[in-house]
Design a protein around this ligand. Structure first.
Ligand code: FPP
Length: 244
């Protein structure tokens, strides 16, 4: 069934890049008197639905915040479960993603993840590397401030070695050194579960991104809410600081 918002959106004016802060797994589970891990499991299903819907309507890039540099503070049991879920998701979905011409990209330093995650991720990147369809960008062990710090360190090294000088540093150089150097900035950022904050996600990249907040808990996220977000985005006038 085609939803109300899906009928209203202009398929020719879709956002090029949608970024999602998938929040509310824990609360969704608590409301149902279930352990938090069950919320993450249901969150994985919501992620699967979202990837499928975005690929189907031909969104060029989808970025999701799967694990932040701050998420390590959670109890080890929950962190381990999330890592396990990541491997489960990739192993279960990789063939389907590949079949749908989706290219996997990782944003963040995943070298510190458990070995089984690293090999699963490397395998997915390699397998889908030549695909030309939607880029599915998963932020893992990602934090915007750490990402910017890393860029500053790289530029400092370039200056030290004489490859760059203070007056040649510009926004293009910074952009190119971010994890997202090869993709455009998000046009639309969706955050679920009612929180209205950015939680250290793509702070540089979302300078002119349109924001969409919904009360919907991530495990309940579906095509209708996605279309609602896209429709809302299409009602906005983007001026990028200029005039109409
Ligand atoms: C936020 O909910 C969600 C996360 C920290 C993890 C996102 C993970 C998934 C959607 C699961 C599947 C994905 C992979 C690829 C690992 P929360 O736990 O902060 O919710 P709360 O604010 O209600 O506690």
């Amino acid at each position: 069934m085609v939803s109300k918002y899906e009928e209203m959106i202009d398929i020719k004016k879709l956002p090029r890049h949608i970024a999602v802060i998938m929040d509310g797994n824990g609360r969704w589970a608590s409301q149902k008197l279930m352990p938090r891990t069950m919320g993450h499991k249901a969150g994985m299903q919501a992620l699967k639905r979202t990837v499928e819907a975005c690929a189907e309507i031909k969104i060029p890039i989808l970025s999701v915040y799967a694990f932040s540099t701050e998420n390590w503070k959670r109890p080890a049991e929950e962190v381990n479960y999330l890592m396990q879920l990541l491997v489960e998701y990739i192993e279960k979905e990789i063939n389907e993603l590949h079949k749908n011409n989706i290219k996997i990209k990782i944003t963040g330093d995943y070298s510190t993840l458990p070995r089984v995650c690293i090999s699963s991720i490397n395998n997915a990147i390699e397998k889908t590397g030549n695909n030309t369809g939607m880029i599915f960008n998963i932020a893992l062990n990602y934090g915007s401030r750490k990402e910017i710090l890393r860029v500053v360190q790289q530029i400092a090294a370039q200056v030290k070695s004489g490859k760059a000088s203070p007056d040649t540093i510009d926004e293009n150089l910074i952009n190119s050194l971010l994890y997202t150097g090869d993709i455009p900035d998000p046009d639309l950022l969706i955050r679920t579960a009612g929180e209205m904050r950015l939680s250290n996600f793509m702070l540089w990249q979302i300078a002119y991104t349109e924001l969409f907040f919904t009360q919907c808990m991530w495990p309940d996220f579906n095509r209708e809410v996605l279309m609602n977000a896209i429709w809302s985005y299409q009602q906005r006038e983007r001026r990028f600081g200029g005039l109409k």
